[in-house]
Design a protein. Structure first.
Lengths: 180, 474
């Protein structure tokens, strides 16, 4: 599988149409304001596409992200994982769309959007939309919002790390998907 | 057609005409039937015929203005074919609410009996309210309930007998300005059920209402208000079936539920309108501290169904639950979901939604989970699963999550799939036909919701789905 690293800080819009099985590892630190749009278009049969998208937002940062995954060709696979960390005052607006068109029979699609809340006064708005026009498909999405696990923090602190260090470590682990 | 002018007393002579018999429909036989269409006169007539207090008449007129100003929703299913001028806004089947089964007119009785509804259930259920057309014609209530102080009445009578509750809560949970159809209902509402459960009273058996549409081009605008006082419990059931007609009908109900401190209310609906009904219903509950509101919702019928029961969790530790099934067959669009609005600390909510699309039907889940800034440690879990049985059918999911509180935990998951070949193969290898195997799998798929239904409803639902699935393999 081809691997591509992308820094999304400078661009506003990005369209990916992989020709072969590809893994995109996208990072965004929220430093440039405005809406970010990511489009994944699967037009070649049997191609599989994995997207890992990680962002961090702290006070004054507004993440405004729209992702659209369109399955046009049959037997395509998409796996989109959005991982966000919200520090004090961080704001995230996320709209994730998955469209499986009538022509895309046998497709498999997964969208996961996970937000880790580290600070206070955060706002997390998420809209994961699925539009499925054919029956021969497996599509799923999942979305979670939660805090850093207190038990994990406690464990790391018991091994001699400070609370901040423990938290940073857990945030890094959260943002680093397996196999990247 | 009977017509009348404003200001004069209505002539309540029996008016009768016979329409060709389709399926279950009985000849229309109505005491009073105003003209089609909606304007100030229609509203005043309804209010006058019902002999309502002035404030209710003004409420209706104000609602009509709001209705005229409001735009149709610009999202969701296509509603452009609704013609508000081609609908009867009020029909009164008999002059008064019937108390004894023997007094109910034979043709109305017939229709109920062909559907196999209340007689057998009468002894089983605490009270039966059957809404035939716009008014409750049959009501019975066990003595033990009234001894406990429980009020179970049609909304029109309750307005006269218990004005205090109406001043306090009517239109407060769902104001007319909420949406175009709640405004419409507020202007022309008729019938529906009123329930009041006093402090600490546990109603052991479910209260049931049965709704039907039977007149062509008839709108049903029933209005239900349920108030569960502190620490009480009540389970309310409603089911709908309707005979098949070729032209479009509109059903726009408003259901308001007040769940006071530590009370629990369960509201169960099985909706099986005929394939030409637009079912556009607003249902909402306000839940105080420690209270629990449970919606159980089965949507099988109608042409277009838009229904998103919601819970406003206003008190600490309040809980909202939604269990729903949507079943979309040929030419049907089931656009259903739930809204959970967390406004207080330690509130929790759960939404489980199951949908099945076949023969070109479309199911949509549309939901909202909102956690406001004051809702510390709020928790919400949403799970939607959709089955698409053939390639002519489709399914959408539109969940919205607005989490403005950092200590909240919110989970959402959704899946869309077809019936696995290997499961079908396995069941067929054990001797089942493909039809049988399919309906067995579908029954298993909706089981988490069906098991929450009372037995007779569960049986009815399974039977309806089996009927719908017959010959759907191909």
């Amino acid at each position: 599988m081809k691997k591509v690293n992308i820094n999304f800080n400078s661009a506003d819009a990005l369209t990916l149409s992989p020709k072969e099985d590809t893994l995109y590892n996208i990072r965004y630190d929220g430093s440039k304001p405005g809406q970010k749009s990511l489009v994944v278009s699967l037009t070649i049969p049997n191609v599989s596409c994995t997207v890992y998208f990680g962002y961090k937002a702290s006070l004054g940062t507004i993440i405004d992200l729209v992702t659209t995954v369109v399955h046009k060709a049959p037997y395509t696979t998409s796996d989109t994982e959005i991982e966000g960390v919200l520090y004090d005052g961080g704001i995230s607006n996320y709209q994730g769309k998955v469209i499986v068109e009538k022509t895309a029979r046998g497709s498999v699609s997964r969208l996961e959007d996970r937000v880790l809340v580290v600070g206070e006064g955060t706002h997390n708005h998420a809209e994961p939309v699925m539009q499925i026009e054919t029956n021969d498909v497996t599509a799923s999405h999942a979305s979670t919002t939660g805090r850093v696990d207190e038990n994990q923090l406690y464990y790391l602190q018991s091994r001699g790390l400070s609370r901040d260090e423990s938290q940073d470590l857990l945030v890094d682990a959260f943002l680093t998907p397996l196999g990247v | 057609m009977l017509t009348r002018t404003r200001g004069k007393k209505a002539d309540l002579g029996t008016y009768k005409f016979v329409i060709p018999r389709h399926s279950f429909s009985s000849p229309e036989n109505y005491v009073y039937k105003p003209k089609k269409g909606l304007n100030e006169d229609t509203v005043l007539t309804i209010s006058e015929v019902k002999n309502e207090p002035e404030w209710m008449r003004d409420f209706r007129l104000k609602s009509l203005q709001i209705f005229e100003q409001k735009k149709m929703p610009d999202w969701g299913p296509d509603l452009s074919r609704i013609n508000f001028d081609n609908i009867y806004y009020y029909i009164k089947p008999t002059e008064k609410v019937e108390k004894r089964w023997e007094d109910i007119p034979a043709d109305i009785k017939n229709t109920f009996e062909r559907l196999g509804i209340p007689r057998a259930e009468r002894e089983y259920l605490a009270g039966v309210k059957a809404q035939y057309e716009s008014e409750v014609v049959y009501g019975s209530l066990l003595k033990e309930l009234s001894n406990q102080g429980v009020v179970f009445l049609d909304t029109d009578s309750a307005l006269k007998k218990y004005p205090k509750f109406f001043h306090e809560w009517f239109g407060k949970i769902i104001p007319p300005s909420d949406n175009k159809f709640s405004a419409l209902n507020s202007a022309v509402w008729s019938g529906g059920t009123f329930v009041y459960v006093p402090k600490g009273v546990q109603v052991k058996r479910p209260l049931q209402a049965y709704f039907r549409i039977n007149a062509k081009n008839m709108g049903q605008f029933e209005r239900t208000l349920i108030i569960a006082d502190e620490g009480s419990f009540v389970s309310y059931l409603e089911g709908c079936t309707a005979p098949l007609y070729s032209s479009d009908s509109l059903h726009a109900a408003v259901v308001e539920v007040v769940v006071k401190k530590n009370a629990r209310v369960r509201y169960t609906t099985i909706q099986n309108w005929s394939g030409d009904v637009y079912n556009l219903v607003t249902k909402r509950a306000r839940v105080d501290a420690g209270g629990v509101m449970e919606w159980v919702d089965g949507n099988i019928g109608s042409k277009v169904n838009m229904k998103y029961p919601s819970c406003y969790l206003v008190g600490e530790g309040a809980r909202g639950e939604m269990l729903s099934i949507a079943y979309a067959d040929v030419d049907q669009h089931q656009d259903t979901g739930a809204k959970m609005i967390h406004l207080a600390p330690n509130t929790s909510s759960k939404i489980i939604s199951k949908s099945i699309a076949l023969n070109g039907g479309r199911t949509s889940y549309r939901g909202l989970v909102q956690i406001s800034e004051s809702a510390k440690n709020a928790k919400s879990k949403v799970k939607c699963d959709a089955l698409i049985l053939d390639d002519a059918s489709a399914s959408d999911t539109f969940p919205v999550m607005r989490i403005d509180e950092s200590s909240a935990t919110v989970e959402h998951e959704a899946t869309v799939s077809k019936i696995g070949e290997e499961r079908l193969f396995y069941l067929m290898s054990r001797g089942l036909t493909e039809d049988e195997a399919m309906s067995l799998i579908v029954n298993g798929f909706i089981e988490p919701v069906v098991k929450e239904l009372p037995l007779e409803y569960a049986v009815e639902l399974n039977r309806l789905i089996e009927l719908g699935m017959e010959g759907s393999v191909g």
